[in-house]
Design a protein around this ligand. Sequence first.
Ligand code: SAH
Ligand code: SF4
Ligand code: F3S
Length: 447
Amino acid sequence: MDEARERYHIQTYGCQMNEHDSEVLAGILEQEGLVEAEDITEAGVVLVNTCCVRESAEQRILGELGRLKLLKYKNPDVVMGVCGCMVMNDDSLQEIRRRASHVDFVIGTNQLHRLPEFLQRARKERQLLVERDRVHDVLPTDLPRRRASGVRAWVPIIYGCDNYCAYCIVPYVRGPERSRPPEGVVDDVRKLAADGVREITLLGQNVNSYGHDLQRDMNFADLLEVVDGIPGIRWIRYTTSHPRDYSHELVERIAELDSVCEHFHLPVQSGSDRILQQMNRGYTRAQYLDLINHIRAVHPHSAITTDVIVGFPGETEEDFCATYSLFERVRFDNAFSFLYSPRSGTRAAQLPGQVSREVRGERLDRLNQLQHGISLECNRPLEGEELTVLVDGPSERDASVMRGRTRTNKLVLLPEAGDWENQFVRARIERAEPYQLIGHVTGGDEN
Ligand code: SAH
Ligand code: SF4
Ligand code: F3S
């Protein structure tokens, strides 16, 4: 590594959109001549890319910012920047100002392209610089990007969210929905394919509403079809889908697109119609179950996963039981369960009947316990099967174990498979656990 070049370190919290944004931030810094630090203590520029979707995320980030104070104390020349969703929320920003006087600049989610200017100014001006223009008219296309993986890549297709689910802060911090023109998406995917990428994930808070704001007849299924035709890309994923906007037609069209993976992530949020209505989700339990049935009929070998919130204001034991029974009925492959977290400025934060921490925690435990058993039962039949896996890289816990994913997005651990990094392999599954499969490589799979 070039000793003379300045180093940077980026810490990322939150969803895939933030991970993607961090790749853009890294790309911009590298264009400015910086290189990634092996250790944060070597870095001359430290960025924290934040999330405010739940209070627990914010607390963790504020704690981390507190620890970074020591770094700044030891080396006052380090430039520290905070970006991401917390910056766009007034209360969170105030908290950053109060707890992190050592931060040099703060930039909003739609100002990433101005990072070089802020670095320069931060070095000259010794006061907190804040830039978080709420005008969301510049789509951050054509920015450089430094990808973390060689074969997988994120591709944003729609920014922001118009849904205003009653509990959610995202529409306030990410602005209104704006679809990227399909040419930009296709161009991006072509370049990635030429660069060796084999799997892409199309990103948006609600990918199913793609295209409604474009001046032409183009929806998400049309976009998938176009991207499916791009040579080199073998697997296409997308996240996140909104069940309300996931049409039966889309389920059927996906069956005709070879590259689109059979993994359906459909956040249900609650199994109670009363709560779904309060949440402003726009579908009923019956409509959700109907969609699941249709997916299972058209894609019998698919995996279905979900997000759920436990303890939304006014949730009674009966409402919770409706969620519990929906889980028993659907038998999700996996579920991300969250304790409801009040977010200031959202409608739900004002609702009466906030559920106590104890009750929320107890319900979450019950649901997790149920899901644990179901996830294991979903994975068990895979023991002895041979599956195609895209091998990512070493697992964080043990560098001799490679990790990869199946088309259905199951995590597979492959001990001693180092030679297969970044390749498609066939893997025999030896053991199933609730949240991962353990197997061994039987050969390459380059079709
Ligand atoms: N746009 C995506 C992702 C939103 S955030 C979607 O619609 O699914 C990811 C998940 O966080 C959501 O699905 C929801 O389950 C959870 N979440 C959002 N706000 C929350 C809150 N205030 N408290 C608890 N969980 C929340
Ligand atoms: Fe939040 Fe709902 Fe938008 Fe998802 S769809 S980001 S949960 S408001
Ligand atoms: Fe968090 Fe922002 Fe994503 S609030 S979940 S990082 S859009």
